[in-house]
Design a binder for this molecule. Structure first.
Ligand code: ZN
Ligand code: MN
Length: 491
């Protein structure tokens, strides 16, 4: 059904469940590293393999991160809560259960304001709870799905990595803006966990995964429709597209007098959802309090301390930086469009570079190199302080623009700091007059025609001579000084 018609006839109701993978060094219940990748089953121990007799211990930093997330979402923090076993029979969890939280979440009853097209929508938060990630199954043969596979491989490196699950209450009143409210909320979460420093917040890597619940209510009715849940949507655009697709799919079913089936669905790259399994009910998981872990009872004084040290709200910070830096809306928008660019530019400015220069380096030369290398901007092996150093060398005239790019190339190649690259590659600009003089004299002698034009007052002809000198000096001459010398000699 066309989107406009869906919106005219139905009110969408959303529910978003987001899993956030924390960036703690060690896992939720053991000391194993959480590093992404690594040889399969190399980051494991008896605890995260669920071997009999092993006992879990809660990761304090994970609890702290969960509280800080909860506070950022304006949640209440429980003074006492427990973990719960969520039983399910699937080999991605070696224990046959996931340790999670059930009716006693650590954080609850929050809210987030999401702005879309100048309007503010309230997203009420049901809970934030702590749990652990599962291992990774690779199904070999078939279409990569378990059905039809010849065999499956299991890697438990990810099993036990701390996960926070953030669940909204039902979100009403979004109307036609439902897709953008959903993606705007995800963008807020991503920026928030990054500002808190609790997660890398990379959606494409699965650090943030959204389960998108959508149902439709006929306009004028108060009855909730049957919802579908599209699992593991992992980009902002896909979150919006999944909402829109489900609204249109369900609208068509309801308009034809059909009934929407309650089920989980898969999101496909092509921009559509396909049915998954029919949805388990909570009772299927046979939750019960985890007997191997003590309750979590955060000291209110500690919670207050965490509240007092929360970072600036991402939206407020963006507004402040936009005002401080003085870019046009378009220029600032270009920064926001590249993941991680805002932080990098802010850090480069903090290291003493002007906003314009910081923006230029990160959005042109460095964005291009990140693109070529197939990595995110903030994964390039150069720090904002080093970019500031390159810019300082340029501003001092120690290098010119072309040399500065070579300095960056050297830093990215692991040749050391900008100063070390300048020294080892011999990249300093030559402004020694004697050397430049000789090159200028040679250039004039080699191109008498151009020299004659300059003498006749056609200053533009000096360009050819400057180019010849620069070429002769392998780009390392101070171009302004060369020009000065040429004009002086040709009167
Ligand atoms: Zn372990
Ligand atoms: Mn979960």
């Amino acid at each position: 059904m066309p989107y406009d018609e869906v919106v005219a006839r139905f009110e969408p109701v959303l529910g978003l469940e987001v899993h956030v993978e924390l960036s703690t060094k060690s896992k939720m219940w053991c000391g194993c590293p959480t590093d992404f990748g690594g040889e399969p089953n190399s980051h494991v121990c008896p605890v995260c393999l669920g071997l009999p007799g092993s006992l879990p211990v809660v990761n304090r930093l994970a609890v702290e991160s969960a509280i800080r997330i909860g506070l950022s979402l304006n949640c209440d923090i429980a003074t006492w809560c427990r973990f719960a076993r969520k039983n399910y029979f699937y080999p991605d969890m070696p224990k046959d259960y996931q340790v999670s939280q059930y009716d006693e979440p650590l954080c609850f009853d929050g809210n987030v304001a999401v702005e879309v097209g100048g309007l503010t929508y309230q997203v009420p938060i049901e809970r934030v709870h702590m749990e652990e990630d599962a291992g990774k199954l690779t199904h070999v043969g078939g279409a990569g799905r378990i059905s039809g596979a010849d065999y499956s491989l299991i890697d438990y490196n990810r099993a036990g990595v701390p996960l926070m699950e953030i669940v909204t209450k039902t979100i009403h009143g979004t109307g036609a803006a439902a897709p953008e409210v959903a993606s705007g909320y995800m963008a807020f979460l991503r920026d928030m966990v990054r500002a808190l420093g609790v997660s890398h917040g990379r959606m494409e890597r699965g650090n943030l995964r959204c389960d998108v619940n959508v149902s439709l209510t006929p306009r004028g009715s108060s009855e909730l429709g049957t919802r579908s849940e599209t699992k593991n949507v992992n980009s902002l655009r896909a979150v919006a597209d999944a909402v829109r697709y489900e609204m249109m799919r369900q609208g068509a079913i309801l308009a034809a007098g059909g009934r929407v089936k309650q089920e989980t669905r898969h999101w496909n790259e092509g921009g559509y959802t396909t049915p998954g399994r029919s949805k388990e009910e909570a009772q299927d998981y046979r939750y019960f309090p985890e007997p191997d872990l003590v309750p979590v009872a955060p000291d209110p004084a500690w919670v207050d301390e965490l509240r007092a040290t929360l970072p600036e709200h991402p939206a407020l910070r963006r507004a402040r930086l936009a005002a401080d830096w003085g870019f046009t809306e378009r220029e600032f928008g270009d920064i926001l469009a590249i993941e991680g660019a805002l932080e990098l530019i802010a850090d480069t400015v903090a290291a003493g570079t002007t906003p314009a220069a910081a923006r230029k380096w990160w959005l042109t030369e460095l964005a291009r190199r990140a693109n070529e290398a197939g990595v995110a901007l903030d994964e390039l092996p150069i720090t904002p302080a080093q970019v500031a150093e390159v810019q300082a060398l340029l501003a001092d005239g120690a290098v010119n623009d072309k040399l500065a790019r070579q300095v960056i190339e050297g830093v990215l190649a692991g040749e050391g700091s900008p100063a070390e690259v300048v020294a080892s590659r011999g990249l300093a600009v030559v402004s020694d007059t004697e050397a430049l003089d000789a090159a200028v004299i040679a250039a004039i002698a080699a191109d008498p025609e151009a020299a004659a034009k300059v003498r006749d007052g056609k200053v533009a002809a000096a360009g050819a001579l400057i180019g010849a000198v620069m070429k002769n000096m392998r780009g390392q001459a101070d171009a302004a000084k060369v020009r000065e010398l040429i004009l002086a000699k040709l009167g």
